[in-house]
Ligand binder design. Structure first.
Ligand code: SAM
Ligand code: SF4
Length: 341
């Protein structure tokens, strides 16, 4: 490493919490609205959305993102709700992509409207995409999402390859008795479609509050079942702050398997993430029971320094870890669709 590089490394801003964790990732939810009603995420009916005026505007998101980046954030993920329900998503991605200091810009989507935006998002500077897909069977897909959309989501995965938003990630939330019979089929799919298939344990963040421990399919079981079908090898050089344990196929086939096990094997000790909700609240953990306002302060005229001070103060209080497995666990008052997954 040259002196100049070493010096640049030294000068990188660092946002650190009270547990010594360096915070580099920010997930920005740009809407709480969604065109799906995934059973593990929100209720089927009586969903109320925030008023449009309550949501951060594109300018506000970019201003806050600039402040986060100046503090040390390097990776941004745009999410929701369903981010592709917001018409200004392309402009937003374009402006975020231009921020100096950003090393990664990704988007999480259910894929349903991706065909409309794929070319424009790629041209705007989006680097990677994660598409959610919980079943390869029409009926189970419908049962889980309450929408008939499997063909459109598969098309989205094809388009993600075409526009080189690679490696293409596919998120699959497993629920016992509903889609856990598809684990092996999904492993075959990862190989055939060259995707990084991420199996996620069902977390207690569903609207109806129907989460039960018996419905969680442990990551360990997923690993054992795939290993029995297609032997796996850990991917070299994984960062401890990654949520997924990643494996490639030992026979050299394309694709990858990721296992995200926040319930049975919490990874909070290496968490490097913050979340900004669509209505401008900062959350330091998915399971936080407190949120820190940024929107109202920004709208009241707070300057960059004051907003930065609010962020630093919130990060200092970042929870050591979630308490899903503790008897005093408190369910967050917001669902995953509101928090931003
Ligand atoms: N609407 C987009 C989508 O579905 O990809 C982005 C937002 S969604 C909240 C982000 C991710 O969170 C999705 O992959 C979804 O499957 C996951 N998710 C939602 N509720 C969950 C839960 N209760 N447990 C685990 N993952 C969940
Ligand atoms: Fe919508 Fe995504 Fe939640 Fe499904 S997981 S309801 S697509 S926000």
């Amino acid at each position: 490493m040259t002196y100049a590089h070493a010096n640049a490394e030294y000068l990188r801003p660092v946002l650190r919490d009270a547990h010594g964790r360096v915070i580099r990732d920010l997930r920005i939810s740009i809407t709480d609205r969604c065109n799906f009603r995934c059973t593990y995420c929100m209720p089927e009916s009586s969903v109320t959305w925030k008023a449009v005026e309550a949501l951060l505007t594109t300018d506000e998101i970019v201003t806050l993102a600039q402040i986060f980046v100046a503090l040390g954030i390097e990776k941004l993920r745009v999410t929701g709700g369903e981010a592709l329900l917001r018409d200004d998503v392309v402009t937003l991605v374009e402006r975020l992509a231009r921020l100096p200091g950003i090393t990664d810009l990704a988007l999480t989507t259910n894929g349903y409207r991706f065909e409309t935006y794929a070319a424009a998002l790629a041209a705007a500077g989006l680097r990677r995409i994660t598409i959610s897909l919980d079943s390869l069977r029409d009926d189970t897909f419908h049962r889980l999402t309450r929408v008939r959309g499997l063909a459109r989501v598969l098309r989205a995965i094809e388009l993600a390859h075409r526009y080189r938003l690679t490696p293409v990630r596919v998120n699959c939330v497993l629920m016992r008795g509903i889609n856990d019979n598809e684990i092996e089929a999904f492993a075959d799919f990862a190989r055939a479609w060259d995707v990084s298939l991420r199996f996620i344990e069902y977390m207690p963040l569903d609207g109806p509050g129907e989460w039960r421990r018996e419905l969680v399919v442990p990551g360990r079981e997923v690993y054992a079942r795939i290993q029995a079908r297609h032997p796996l090898t850990p991917v070299a050089g994984q960062s401890p702050s990654e949520t997924a344990r990643r494996y490639r196929f030992a026979d050299g086939a394309p694709g990858e398997i990721g296992i995200i096990a926040p319930v049975t094997e919490p990874f909070c000790g290496a968490c490097s993430r913050l979340r900004l909700t669509a209505d401008g609240k900062l959350r330091t953990c998915l399971f936080s029971v407190v949120e820190y306002d940024l929107r109202d302060a920004l709208r009241a005229g707070a300057g960059r320094q004051e907003l930065a001070a609010r962020i630093i103060a919130a990060v200092a209080k970042k929870e050591a870890g979630h308490r899903i497995n503790e008897p005093d666990f408190i369910l967050p008052s917001r669902t995953m669709s509101c928090i931003g997954g």
